[in-house]
Design a protein around this ligand. Structure first.
Ligand SMILES: [Zn+2]
Ligand SMILES: [Zn+2]
Length: 374
């Protein structure tokens, strides 16, 4: 019988690391436990042979993880375990850990979201172990639901079941939610209508040329139809952003190709899991209003990264939205509903809000790398 304790640091919280270790240990018939602590992940394993488990752990960690260090202690006369479990997180005062950046909705969740038979059909807060909000909802470490802005949403029995089922792709997904128990979206002033019905209303207003403030993952965007000259110049006037280009959001890669030249490398960049804004060369007859990026040969383009953004593009059926950040030039980014209603009322005609609070992510640009929480 061999046994070892393993300490791992890096981006290992909020990336499905514990469920992954659970699966790996079962495959290698090992007992023990794993948990998040204030530095990363701690694992104890014991069984006939732990070498192959360690090899696989190092060589193929879960796709969103980044291992910075692994420390292995061989244990003599370790405790005997009867199974493998995920244990309560452990807090070590004064330590810090890297929290995963927010991740674009994954293909599996997108498929479910568009399936009329699925219980999360058209639900704007669908997520799983491989996608969804992370950094923008973390209040404290370790990354566990009570330490996120999801703490106030009590999972319904179905969500709870998924969360505890090792075979489910939402096993230990901290922001797990559904229309019955999770956050919802609404148009300000019309709180009775929720989620996709509210997003449809926002889509209709965008089509009519309105500027809509949209609460996203890490803050607010001001959105309008990028092909509507009046809407775009209205937004530009209101924002008092003389010539700075506005970022654009298009439904998918093919739509980006309709308005811009997209090289294979630029295509990859657009599809990166953090969905960055990529500067692309304008096409001559793009249809995008010149005022979106006056005198500029390029557009800053991004693909939708949250389910809500996907649904907004679907509901509006627009080919491209201006999506510019909702802060006034030098002021800090607007993150709460009340602040947004206060500060953006002169800029936006209406507000698409939701009740999943934005925390740390709203204060930093966190979409490109792991951030250290102390
Ligand atoms: Zn997913
Ligand atoms: Zn639920």
């Amino acid at each position: 019988m061999e046994s070892a304790r393993i300490h791992i640091t890096g981006i290992v919280q909020g990336v499905g690391f514990r469920p992954y270790v659970y699966g790996l240990a079962s495959r290698h018939s090992l007992n023990g436990f794993c948990l998040n602590d204030s530095e990363g992940v701690v694992i104890e394993v014991q069984g006939g042979s732990i070498g192959p488990f360690l090899d696989e752990l190092e060589k193929s960690p879960p796709p969103l993880a980044r291992i910075d260090s692994i420390r292995i202690e061989r244990l003599e006369n370790g405790t005997e375990y009867e199974d493998f479990t995920i244990r309560e997180s452990r807090i070590v005062p004064g330590k810090s850990v890297l929290v995963s950046p927010d991740m674009a909705v994954c293909p599996d969740c997108l498929r479910e979201m568009l399936d009329p038979a699925d219980r999360r059909h058209l639900y704007p807060f669908i997520n799983c172990t491989n996608c969804g909000p992370r950094y923008s909802i973390v209040l404290d470490i370790p990354y566990d639901r009570p330490n996120t802005t999801m703490a106030g949403f009590r999972m319904c029995p179905e969500c709870e079941h998924e969360y505890h089922d090792p075979a489910n792709r939402r096993f230990h997904a901290q922001p797990n939610a559904c229309p019955a128990c999770g956050p919802s979206a609404w148009m300000h002033g019309n709180e009775g209508i929720k989620n996709y019905a509210a997003i449809e209303e926002a889509g209709k207003l965008l089509k009519e040329g309105a500027v809509v403030a949209v609460k996203g993952l890490g803050g607010f965007h001001l959105a309008c139809d990028a092909m509507d000259p009046i809407a775009v110049s209205t937004l530009r006037e209101r924002k008092r952003r003389s010539n700075k280009p506005f970022a654009l959001m298009v439904p998918d890669l093919d739509s980006a190709k309709l308005i811009c030249e997209v090289s294979p490398e630029e295509g990859y960049a657009l599809l990166d899991r953090t969905r960055p804004i990529v500067l692309l060369r304008k096409k001559a007859l793009s249809g995008i209003d010149e005022a979106a990026a006056p005198g500029n040969s390029r557009f800053g383009v991004m693909l939708p990264y949250t389910p809500l953004h996907h649904l907004l593009l679907r509901a509006s059926a627009l080919k491209a939205l201006v999506m510019t950040s909702g802060n006034l030039s030098e002021e800090p980014i607007v993150i709460s509903n009340r602040e947004a209603l206060d500060k953006l009322s002169k800029l936006a005609d209406s507000f698409l809000l939701h009740d999943r609070d934005i925390y740390a992510g709203g204060r930093f640009d966190c979409r490109s790398s792991g951030k250290r929480m102390a």
